[in-house]
Design a protein around this ligand. Structure first.
Ligand SMILES: NC(=O)c1ccc[n+]([C@@H]2O[C@H](COP(=O)([O-])OP(=O)(O)OC[C@H]3O[C@@H](n4cnc5c(N)ncnc54)[C@H](O)[C@@H]3O)[C@@H](O)[C@H]2O)c1
Ligand SMILES: O=C(O)C(=O)C[C@@H](O)[C@H](O)[C@H](O)COP(=O)(O)O
Ligand SMILES: [Zn+2]
Length: 362
């Protein structure tokens, strides 16, 4: 599958979705980046054994390499972790032809991606996603970055990878909670752009929960196709098309920040955020209640929360304050992505803040 950001085939890249492709990473690098002589493999502590053999394989094809391991979890998406990666790149004497290879979930992908975007003003990046969320969403499309204490993803860059290698076999070891979190972004694609896919998810929910490869591979492929189409239409989120991928996220990022990074997974926060967004759309008469009911039923089937856990303190004023630092906002006014029917969302800039806070609870 090919991604052509901004509709420019010349700067496009492949998503290779194939069992075992993780072991082909070094060969992929030499094929796509023949001038590269140094590569840093970034991963987290849970994935060290999966990522480590890659450094030997790279040396085997004449590429100097180092393994850089960060602590697992959202707290690693920080400026401090970024400095660590720069240090490893410098120790390796990496020049501008170097490559950063992200082997991990969305945290590693976003962090390593931003290191690649910024080191020496930009070196190559290969994404090797290992969580479901990273396979269906974060590894594709070039959004990279880190969190600040005051908000999610507030520092970053658009930096497209040279390729994305998706090996569905590695999902065998992904913990259930993380697998379910990835399904939140999967449900998102159905609601924002593909009602038929949403229906397919409903019909195949049992097999999806069982991680049956017969459904998992087409599921990942469809999500990547849908994301690639959005990125082709609006690479830099300027026309409103790419903002559709942010459905539920204005709420979700506020929840993640208020709970403390890592308390809620991103997928869990997106699940609660999409519930608030759909509830808001119902309250404004934009969609029939049935859309909210179906979305809620599917999220619950996928073992996802539709309300914040009681332990998370998120008073309405604090949620609004956190939502005000969302990057979609213009001149201080919230811009929210809301459904207008199952399979279509639009961006709204005219939602009164009282309606937003009312949607936080059923
Ligand atoms: N750039 C984008 O477009 C984009 C899109 C969506 C989400 N994100 C970001 O992605 C992050 C969330 O990503 P995530 O849910 O993958 O979280 P994550 O990267 O923290 O991974 C979740 C956990 O699963 C473990 N793990 C990953 N793959 C594994 C495997 N195969 N086997 C065993 N354990 C494995 C990790 O070690 C980690 O503990 C958030 O920071 C979010 O903001 C970015
Ligand atoms: O790729 C995009 O565009 C997305 O919005 C995908 C989201 O799932 C993802 O969580 C993204 O990181 C959010 O971006 P942000 O611009 O709101 O930080
Ligand atoms: Zn997301």
């Amino acid at each position: 599958m090919r991604v052509s950001p901004g509709g420019r085939p010349a700067t496009g890249y492949d998503i290779v979705l194939q069992a075992g492709v993780l072991r082909e990473t070094a060969a992929f690098l030499t094929d796509r980046l023949p001038d590269c002589r140094a590569a840093v493999v970034v991963t987290d502590g849970n994935l060290r054994d999966l990522a480590a053999p890659l450094t030997d394989a790279l040396r085997g094809v004449g590429v100097a390499s180092a393994l850089h391991v960060v602590e697992p979890g959202e707290k690693s998406k920080s400026l401090e972790s970024l400095h660590g990666i720069y240090g490893t790149l410098l120790d390796l004497k990496a020049d501008r032809r170097a490559c950063v290879i992200a082997v991990g979930g969305g945290v590693v992908g976003d962090l390593a991606g931003f290191a690649a975007a910024s080191y020496m003003r930009g070196v190559s990046l290969i994404q090797v996603p290992t969580s479901l969320l990273a396979m269906v969403d974060s590894s594709v499309g070039g959004k990279t970055g880190v969190n600040l204490p005051r908000g999610k993803n507030l520092v970053g860059a658009f930096h497209q990878p040279a390729g994305v290698l998706v090996d569905p076999d590695v999902l065998r070891t992904l913990p259930d909670r993380e697998y379910h979190g990835g399904l939140a972004e999967v449900v998102k694609y159905g609601v924002i752009s593909d009602a038929a896919f949403f229906g397919w998810l409903e019909e195949n929910a049992g097999a999806i929960l069982d991680r049956d490869p017969a459904v998992l591979v087409p599921l990942i492929a469809r999500c990547c196709e849908l994301k690639a189409a959005v990125v082709a239409a609006d690479e830099f989120e300027t026309t409103g098309v790419r903002a559709t991928l942010n459905y539920g996220h204005t709420f979700a990022h506020a929840f993640e920040n208020l709970a403390g990074y890592g308390v809620l997974s991103h997928g869990e926060a997106v699940s609660v955020g999409m519930t608030c967004a759909a509830r808001l759309a119902v309250s404004r008469g934009m969609i029939p209640p049935d859309v909210l009911t179906r979305q809620t039923a599917l999220l619950e089937r996928f073992r996802l929360p539709i309300e914040l856990p009681a332990a998370v303190e998120a008073p309405p004023d604090a949620v609004l304050a956190a939502m005000r630092s969302d990057k979609k906002n213009v001149a201080g006014a919230l811009r929210l992505v809301l459904p207008v029917r199952l399979g279509e969302v639009r961006v709204f800039a005219d939602v009164p803040e009282e309606q937003v806070t009312a949607a936080l609870t059923p």
